[in-house]
Design a protein around this ligand. Structure first.
Ligand code: 7XF
Length: 410
């Protein structure tokens, strides 16, 4: 995949090259190959006058690591490059990124249109906006463009969705929804956690802001919690100086920024492997008699497979599926796996399995959850980097003949 400079002035370099080098020159850092970690909370001023002018915004410079820090800034520059954005912002969690963006952009009296299928705590955030602050929010099935068109009005200020959606993997057509939103000057915010910019670049389809849980594939090793946001330089500066500085305070540690920079260096090869293995496991599950349905955008039977091919370069490492026999059979399966770890989160080297209805999506009210397609029997699998034959062998030892008969009996 080639990245193209918006102004076409600089030579273009490939994704993996930018993921490893962009924004950093060893010669500016005593030759250090790996970017140094600026473990500091504050920065010394040369004079009282300089301190005042940095605080006043007349002079550029670091002054306090809640607002900016050189190690964190490198990560911000790199993710902006990879997403094709003007600027980036790092936060201490994915929820920190979502809250910093929304608290910065919403105004009293605004209306929001959001997808009905979202990560559980994102759903809970929007519900809190409605219940405590009287923000009007319409939640619609964003796979239904007619519903989106009806929901977006001149009063709509922000439109938000995940694609693929957590946990059902249902897709949203980024270009189509962005054009409907822009007719009414609404901003489109996309959660790109499941894809990362290596598989999908929402700004190229018309989105305005992207948020990430960097806890997942970007960090990639299950050892940190972090978030990122990218978009136009002016907007990101506003999110930094309002949302991050004053409203959430969700600043990322320089050490964790360094770990994410390390993770991003191998993003391309990891996402290739996650995608290849997930496609193999999805086909295995799809052909198994104990499995009722498999949701994976790369399967030809996936209802939005054509859309998946248009906006994703590969189909990612997540699979959702329903076992015959509902949640009882699903729990039996999860409890009998030996290699896959029963845990929430995703995008790690380890294969993880979890039950959305009782775990990641527990904040949903039951009827709302069912309407969003998050059934009691849905299981989510995050395919790791182990040998795919071992992942399949693990599923196979759990889905025994005995299990199949039990599942079929209900
Ligand atoms: O604050 P976090 O770094 O955990 O990120 C929140 C978040 C934001 N967007 C999406 C699409 C997410 O999936 C998440 C976190 N999801 C984890 C999961 O679904 O397993 C959280 C475990 S409870």
């Amino acid at each position: 995949m080639k990245l193209i400079d918006k102004d076409n002035k600089k030579p273009t370099t490939g994704f993996a090259t930018d993921a490893i080098h962009w924004g950093y020159k060893p010669s500016s850092h005593q030759g250090a190959l790996n970017p140094p970690v600026y473990m500091t909370s504050t920065f010394a001023f040369e004079s009282a006058e300089q301190g005042a002018s940095i605080f006043g915004g007349e002079e550029k410079g670091y002054f306090y690591s809640r607002i900016s820090n050189p190690t964190v800034a490198l990560l911000e520059e790199r993710i902006a490059r990879l997403e094709g954005a003007e600027a980036g912002l790092a936060t201490s969690s994915g929820m920190g990124a979502i809250c910093s963006v929304f608290w910065s952009l919403i105004q009293h009296g605004d209306e929001l249109v959001v997808d009905q299928t979202l990560y559980g705590c994102t759903y809970a955030f929007f519900r809190t906006l409605v219940e405590k602050f009287g923000i009007k929010i319409l939640a619609v099935d964003m796979a239904d463009l007619k519903a989106v068109e009806e929901a977006i009005t001149p009063k709509t200020r922000l439109v938000f969705f995940e694609t693929p959606a957590n946990p059902t993997l249902r897709l949203v057509d980024i270009a189509a929804v962005s054009s409907l939103a822009h007719k009414h000057d609404a901003l489109v915010i996309v959660d790109n956690t499941f894809c990362t910019p290596y598989l999908q670049r929402p700004l190229e389809f018309g989105a305005d802001v992207i948020v990430h849980s960097a806890t997942k594939y970007l960090g990639g090793h299950g050892d940190l919690i972090a978030g990122l946001a990218v978009g136009g330089a002016e907007m990101i500066e506003h999110v930094r100086l309002s949302g991050l500085k004053d409203l959430t305070g969700a600043a990322l540690s320089p050490f964790d920024a360094s770990q994410i920079l390390r993770g991003i260096k191998t993003l391309e090869i990891r996402m290739d492997r996650h995608s290849q293995s997930a496609a193999t496991v999805a086909r295995y599950l799809d052909s198994h008699s104990a499995i009722e349905a498999v949701y994976y955008p790369g399967l030809e039977s996936f209802p939005q497979h054509e859309l998946a091919k248009r906006q994703m370069s590969q189909f990612g490492g997540l699979i959702a599926f329903e076992v015959k026999g509902g949640i009882v059979a699903g729990r039996a399966l999860m409890n009998s796996l030996k290699l896959a770890t029963l845990a929430v989160s995703l995008g790690d080297a380890e294969t993880l399995i979890q039950h959305p209805a009782s775990m990641t999506h527990a904040p949903y009210e039951e009827e709302v959850r069912q309407a969003a397609g998050i059934t009691d029997g849905l299981v989510r699998l995050s395919i790791g980097l182990e040998c795919v034959d071992d992942i399949i062998a693990d599923l196979d030892q759990a889905l025994t003949q005995e299990y199949v008969e039990l599942a079929q009996a209900g």
